[in-house]
Design a protein. Structure first.
Length: 89
């Protein structure tokens, strides 16, 4: 009796179990790469005010299909290059 590996797939069919983030494309000047800005509200630990913080992450986008200003979901994956650790879902 053989054991079968169970792999999870997300809506795009990409197999993996990395974290998912949603953000806006801010640049697509590089080949097969988009820069995605991810913003979120974080509560300051001492003051208690909510602060808007954002990160800019490079994501792999084969064929540069996504335009600037478009909302995309990116998934964590293996390192593709020095800076790219995400792929567009």
């Amino acid at each position: 009796m053989e054991k079968e590996e169970i792999k999870t797939t997300n809506t795009s069919g990409i197999i993996g179990k990395g974290r998912l983030f949603t953000g806006v494309v801010v640049s697509r000047a590089m080949k097969d790469t988009v820069v995605v800005s991810i913003s979120r509200f974080v509560k300051h630990p001492m003051v208690g005010k909510y602060i808007k913080s954002s990160r800019r992450l490079k994501a792999h986008d084969v064929g540069n299909k996504h335009e600037v200003g478009e909302k995309v979901t990116i998934q964590e994956c293996r390192p593709i290059s020095k800076d790219k650790r995400f792929r567009v879902v």
